[in-house]
Design a protein around this ligand. Structure first.
Ligand code: TYD
Length: 231
């Protein structure tokens, strides 16, 4: 079996950037590694993602939302994650099942036992070897994401304030109290399983954080066979 590493954090914590930096670093070191994300990562999963984040889908029931995240996850685990781990490679995933506990469980108030059941079915019980939590104040993170959205809007539609923001999705648009419950939920998840989680300060510079992440990951990937190089 390979090594399965996931990234979690509030909106705007920079986890997608850090996941990519780690991916590039491991690849440069000759490790067999893939980077994927949730919801998405497969053809079917990316279609489910579009349904989930669509700002028009205001009528989506919490159960539907939970099952769609889980359906995308089931596809990702069976199509990509398990087969790659079986070859002995490293899988990096931008969000995973912990997001369901934090967002749908603590955030939306779904029953945690029920989520355990659904998640068990979706993943077949596959747990990450390591979960990196990029810790950032909720308001600061939302502010970062809004700024990024406004910049994108300005580029795509100069002077426009009414176009649909491409970087601002249905789930970001929930209120601050929701995002704070999510962050408290992540804190609870970390308390319950301290051995699997590392909580890292996402306020530090991008480079410092990347170094810290690399140091956390190194002991885990040491046993992974590197690819032959003819270069
Ligand atoms: P995305 O744009 O990828 O956000 P981020 O960059 O913060 O990861 O959108 C994913 C959104 O879906 C994000 O708001 C978190 C949410 N989410 C859940 O609510 N439940 C889940 O199980 C997962 C995987 C994500």
């Amino acid at each position: 079996m390979g090594v399965f590493i996931t990234f979690e954090g509030p909106e705007g914590s920079g986890k997608s950037t850090q996941a990519r930096l780690l991916y590039e670093r491991l690849q440069a070191q000759g490790y067999p590694v893939i980077l994927t994300r949730e919801p998405g990562g497969t053809r079917i999963g990316e279609m489910i993602r579009r349904i989930l984040i669509d700002l028009r889908h205001t009528e989506m029931a919490p159960t539907t939302e939970t099952l769609l995240f889980s359906a995308a996850r089931a596809q990702l685990v069976s199509e990509l994650i398990r087969p790659y781990l079986k070859t002995g490679g490293i899988v990096l995933c931008d969000r995973y099942a912990d997001s369901t506990f934090a967002y749908q469980g603590y955030g939306l108030g779904r029953d945690l036992e029920e989520l355990h059941l659904i998640t068990g079915v979706a993943t077949g019980g596959l747990l990450p070897d390591l979960t990196l939590y990029l810790d950032l104040d909720v308001e600061a993170g939302l502010q970062r994401k809004r700024l990024a959205r406004d910049r994108t809007l300005e580029v795509a539609h100069p002077g426009s304030t009414f176009a649909t923001p491409p970087e601002w999705n249905r789930l970001d648009a929930r209120d601050l109290a929701y995002h704070q419950r999510v962050a408290a939920g992540f804190a609870e998840l970390m308390r319950r399983e301290p051995a699997r989680w590392r909580c890292l300060d996402a306020e530090q510079s991008l480079e410092q954080l990347a170094e810290q992440i690399a140091a956390e990951v190194e002991p885990l990937v040491q046993g992974v066979a590197r690819l032959e190089s003819y270069g």
